[in-house]
Design a protein around this ligand. Structure first.
Ligand code: SF4
Length: 281
């Protein structure tokens, strides 16, 4: 049965998701930072983690941004195939919501309308909108404000199949090492393996949505996540690059079928400000 929904109703919902994501780190993220604090051996690293935890607590209490860089808003929507929209075009409504959230929430406006001519849009639009049609009549919306520091450290490569898993590991580790402190660790490392260039980078970003501590259900990829996490935390980069054992909070791998001649790999890094808010309508 068709479910009629108005795009206009999305505007306040998305505005609130933008504000919630920028003000409040989830219990899952706070728990991971607290566990990192307990585990960290370096005094500088521990001090840094304490500052990050205090900052997150204050931001949440005062409803202020956890970080000054409130990012470019990435909006991911899973739309049930039984949903039929009325009202203004979907993308326009989503951007209206982002505009409202960033303006009323006093969130930094960080979007240039043209990457070379550098004119700020003034309201943090447009967002980057990904839509996926799924079964059912529900709509799931996730807002992921993505700061420049960690997003700029993302990488992609087309390995050849003969490079195999060793090539994948080498590429992921080299990417994290090259990012060093610039991605504001402790980071979450999203890895996409397979698909086509566009799909690989998208699943690397989607990997960041998985709660910290949740492993890939496939045993092979679960073990690969654990191995990479252990190797990354031997680098000594530490919290905010101050040195220490905890460089990454987690590694999440998503994979997808690929062409017989291909082995694409993407790495999308998420800084310690793991900001995301989700709602199901
Ligand atoms: S990488 Fe994250 S924590 Fe660092 S400045 Fe950017 S948004 Fe803030």
């Amino acid at each position: 049965m068709t479910r009629i929904m108005s795009t206009e109703d999305l505007i306040p919902v998305i505005a609130k998701l933008c504000m919630d994501a920028c003000y409040h780190l989830s219990d899952n993220v706070i728990g991971a930072l607290k566990a990192a604090y307990e585990k960290e051996e370096s005094p500088y690293g521990r001090d840094t983690l304490k500052l990050l935890l205090d900052n997150a607590e204050l931001a949440s209490k005062e409803e202020m941004p956890v970080c000054h860089d409130t990012g470019m808003a990435v909006v991911m929507m899973e739309i049930g195939e039984q949903v039929s929209w009325v009202g203004k075009p979907l993308e326009e409504a989503v951007n209206d919501g982002v505009r409202k959230g960033y303006t009323e929430g006093y969130l930094r406006k960080s979007v240039y309308l043209d990457p070379l001519n550098r004119v700020n849009s003034g309201d943090n639009t447009p967002c980057v909108l990904h839509t996926e049609i799924v079964t059912g009549d529900k709509v799931k919306i996730t807002v992921l404000p993505k700061g420049g520091g960690s997003e700029n450290m993302g990488t992609f490569t087309n390995l050849v199949p003969a490079d195999g898993v060793e090539g994948v590991k080498e590429f992921v580790l080299k990417s994290v090492l090259a990012a060093g402190g610039k991605a504001c660790p402790p980071i979450v490392v999203g890895v996409g393996i397979g698909g086509t260039m566009d799909k690989t980078t998208l699943i690397a970003k989607k990997a960041l949505l998985r709660p910290i501590g949740n492993r890939n259900p496939n045993q092979y990829y679960k073990e690969l996540e654990e191995e990479l996490l252990e190797e990354i935390n031997k680098f000594g980069i530490g919290p905010l690059g101050m040195g220490g054992r905890v460089t990454a909070l987690d590694v999440h791998i998503e994979y997808y079928p690929c062409h017989i001649t291909s082995l694409p790999v993407a790495v999308n890094l998420q800084c310690h400000s793991v900001r995301q808010a989700t709602i199901e309508l």
